[in-house]
Design a protein around this ligand. Structure first.
Ligand SMILES: [Zn+2]
Length: 136
């Protein structure tokens, strides 16, 4: 018989081709090779699917946009805090996904707007108590 891989003539009772080492007269190992080929053929498609999934990070993008809004509306009592909380949560969840660029940016902006919100609360608190002090 002839080797299925390199075409060299081999004796009938050898399990492996002496020239190229491929398994001969062994349907199981040929089947395994076939399965391996199937896996290798399927693998690039799996990578492409994963990349397509990774290409969109809706929650991360939402977190980024909401965090930006919370920074813009951080002066508004109530609204700024609700937007901040939403932006913070969305960014945190989004950072667990890919691509997390926008989610990380949203997280950083959330931290900045948190500082702004706290400063505004302190400022208005101080202003309010100053008004109260003057009223007395
Ligand atoms: Zn061979």
């Amino acid at each position: 018989m002839y080797c299925i891989n390199c075409g060299k003539e081999t004796s009938e009772n050898v399990k492996f081709c002496p020239d190229c080492g491929i398994a001969l007269n062994d349907e199981n190992s040929i089947g395994e090779n076939k399965n391996q080929n199937d896996v290798q053929n399927a693998f690039p498609q799996t990578i492409i699917l994963k990349q397509e999934k990774k290409a969109t990070n809706g929650i991360g993008t939402a977190g980024f946009i909401i965090a930006l809004c919370s920074l813009v509306f951080s002066w508004a009592p109530g609204v700024g805090f609700i937007l901040w909380l939403l932006g913070f949560i969305f960014s945190m969840v989004g950072m667990g996904r890919q691509p997390k660029g926008l989610a990380t940016a949203g997280f950083v902006i959330s931290l900045i707007s948190l500082v702004v919100i706290i400063l505004i609360i302190i400022f208005f608190g101080a202003l309010f108590s100053a008004i109260l002090m003057n009223a007395k």
